[in-house]
Design a protein around this ligand. Sequence first.
Ligand code: TRP
Ligand code: ZN
Length: 507
Amino acid sequence: MVSCPHRIPDVSRSVPVVPPALLAAALALTLTSCAGGGGGGGGDGEGTRKGAAGLRDPYFPKLGNGGYDVTHYTLTLGYTPPSGTATAAHLRGTAVITARATRDLGAFNLDLRGMDVASVAVEGAAARWKRAGQELTVTPGGGLDEGETFRTTVRYSGTPETITDPDGSQEGWLPTADGVLALGEPTGSMTWFPGNHHPSDKAAYDITVTVPEGLRAVSNGELTSETVDGGRATYSWRVVEPMASYLATIAVGRYEIGRYEIGRSTVGRGEGKGRLPVYVAVDPTQAEDSRAVLGRIPEVVAWAEGKFGPYPFSSTGAIVERPQDVAYALETQNRPVFPGAPGLPLLVHELAHQWYGDSVTPKSWRDMWLNEGFATYAEWLWEEDHGGDSAQETFDALYDGDHFRDAEANEAVWDFPPAKPPSAARISDSPVYERGAMVLHKIRQAVGDAAFFELIRGWAAAHRHGNADTADFTAYAEKFAAKAAPDADLTPVWEDWLYGEGRPPKP
Ligand code: TRP
Ligand code: ZN
């Protein structure tokens, strides 16, 4: 099987390679803004202590904010399709953000890109606020004490932006023929709601969207109400399990809807028992092509539960849309988004992300291979279990350079180590996906099948609904191997396959 590149920006292939001088300039710029955006501390006394304006993510330093931890978002949104007057605001929102201060705070930041802010209140009292780039700094009337839970209400409106990422792909607010699709990996969710937009701060969500009657709004989690009033239809979605903001989505348009329940496997634990609601929304132009493959969701979920452990969320499904200029799928929580009818390997990939990425979420964008290596390996495992190539054969084809039709693509697997993408533009490149999967296969070779499958289930269970980074993974694997496969030596896996430059020598 030849898996396709996972993220195909329409333009990037034709974009000339950035000259090294420019790249250096861009890096310098990033560093400057990192230092400037550090924000926190400053030692300027009790009441004025500021939460950091960024979490110093190695690839997106300004993303996220320090000093607090969001537990819940209530997003109440009104969407009006763009009309002839291109300037008409078409999203109105109220975000109520419940968070806990992790230190005394005189001020704190939210990430919001574009949009007009009308007001900000903290605990019901009007707060001062100012904006600079994607940072919305809020200064509440009284300070906040460490440990205090506080609610921030932001009213805003406008036409959200579409973001072009460092790799040339589009994300954020993506127009479709009859509505819009919001996608947020890695930074796009800050275009449509204010928040702590770093994967390390996960929260529960209530998302309510009002749209013109005749359109439908689909989001993550479970649909809790659906009402029509005065020509407007309102859909409320509830996400009970923690969700990283990059996995939040809304899709507005006309859809063919499929709703049903499937049995969950009972894989050893009580939590896996019962029924799992499935909600599928498909753009009508894609309905015919999507029917057969989406009909296999129950089979894929059951298979994945057998491999990875109990499905981590309280519903599943899919959204099939046709956003303009976007050709990639995204593992939006509960309900992955596909840019047109997916093939079966892509369905397997995005559903596997529900365990690896959505439930166990990276601590930073450097840990991307923990998402994509696992989801790619899931495709290999599916293939192996369904009469196709074994994972060993897929591994060998990649190693020998005859996996992809294209010679350049086979070479690109060795461009950089999976755990160290050289820049933000490369976090969705082949080394993160294919070589990331090869790392997992090397572990499997080292510890043997039984221990390996126990390890990848144990990893999903150990960090269920949490965050983890590469060091957590290698430590977990080492500890696990010490017990389950004491003769296994994982050192070369880390040194050569995970962190090493170039194509490792054949053992
Ligand atoms: N995560 C997506 C997948 O399933 C691909 C993707 C979409 C992506 N947007 C991204 C990867 C941004 C990195 C960055 O493969
Ligand atoms: Zn993926």
